[in-house]
Design a protein around this ligand. Structure first.
Ligand code: GH3
Ligand code: MG
Ligand code: MG
Length: 325
């Protein structure tokens, strides 16, 4: 029967012990061990073929650097090769320490024969194979988890504007309302719609329309505050939810959004009388327990803003909205 070739590195600072191991290995029936010996861990790691060894046998007490240290360093680096530790005298403490450090098997020096060594090599290689299989399935699991996370994120984000899509915005709005209920703070909703956008597409083309929507979305995003949640509600319509403490604050935020788009100075010849891209905004404020009611009111206010000439923010507390140019 042909013996399997195994390239083994022995790191032992005692030449006598090394010789003992060499003789035992030479007698192994199942393995044709190609043995290389170094006196220290640093010598071992400087070997040009250090990575090529199939299995390492370490002396537990290795002078300045213990075999245990080398073992831990290897495992930290993700080196999963089989490692056997040879100890002068074993006890439960040493065994536990070695297992924690990632050893595959250990042998007490006085027990070394070709049979015990052969059994130990078999066990160590089997454990190393198992470790590799576990690491591979863990890597596959992590990849899957990452892919699922990306999928969950991509299903929440509108690809054109990179804002929350409608469903994700609605989920966030509900969470904000639940949190705001606990604080008994009012919330505000802003419904935002690009003016005469159909004409924009008709005059400049759909691709230019897409770019315009992206630009408007960025301007809106830069105008909102950290905790405000902005989403693309659909088409050329955006929506914002925020906690607010006064009507003055509501109006100031509405005006900030309107002027952010106004100041883009994006040409839109079909948007009379402005000649540039503008938005109309409807906003409403209310108790966080009335989310859908506030949204309906914001929608009615948006309708008002359109009817009153566009490029303005209306709320239901005022009749004709404000326009500042
Ligand atoms: P109003 O001022 O009354 O809101 O007029 P409008 O033309 O903006 O409103 P309308 O609802 O009639 O048209 C909306 C247009 O928005 C029509 C549609 O083609 C365009 N639109 C919706 N989604 C997109 C998109 O993703 N890209 C582009 N380029 N256009 C879009
Ligand atoms: Mg529109
Ligand atoms: Mg619309």
């Amino acid at each position: 029967m042909s013996r399997e070739a195994v390239k083994i590195l022995l790191i032992d600072d005692d030449p006598g012990d090394a010789e003992l191991l060499r003789r035992a290995l030479a007698q192994c029936n199942n393995f044709a061990a190609e043995l290389h010996h170094t006196l220290s861990a640093s010598d071992a790691q400087r070997l040009p073929d250090w990575q090529d060894f199939d299995l390492l046998i370490l002396d537990y007490c290795l002078g300045a650097s213990t075999g245990l240290q080398l073992l831990m360093e290897m495992r930290n680096r993700g080196d999963r090769r089989p490692v056997i530790v040879v100890t002068g005298a074993g006890n439960e403490y040493v065994a536990a320490e070695l297992v924690r450090a990632g050893v595959d098997d250990y042998i007490i020096k006085s027990d070394i024969t070709h049979e015990t060594l052969e059994a130990s090599i078999r066990v160590a290689r089997m454990r190393a194979d198992q470790r590799l299989a576990e690491a591979n399935s863990e890597a596959a699991y992590m990849q899957l988890a990452e892919a699922n996370l990306q999928l969950a994120q991509s299903s929440r984000v509108d690809p054109l504007t990179e804002l929350f899509n409608r469903r994700a915005w609605e989920e966030s709005a509900e969470q904000i309302c639940a949190a705001a209920c606990g604080l008994s703070r009012p919330i505000a909703i802003f419904m935002i719609d690009v003016d005469h956008f159909k004409r924009f597409n008709d005059m400049y083309g759909h691709s230019a329309g897409d770019i315009c929507l992206k630009t408007v979305a960025s301007a809106l995003r830069e105008s909102v505050r950290g905790n405000d949640v902005l989403g693309r509600y659909g088409g050329e319509e955006f929506v914002l939810i925020t906690c607010i403490s006064s009507e003055a604050e509501l109006e100031a935020l509405g005006e900030r959004l309107r002027s952010a788009v106004w100041e883009l100075e994006e040409e839109h010849a079909g948007n009379d009388p402005f000649g540039r891209v503008t938005i109309s905004i409807g906003c409403a404020i209310g108790s966080p327990s009335d989310l859908s009611l506030i949204q309906e009111e914001a929608d009615r206010a948006l309708y008002e803003a359109k009817n009153c000439g566009r490029n303005r923010c209306c709320n239901l507390f005022q009749e004709h909205g404000t326009v500042v140019e």
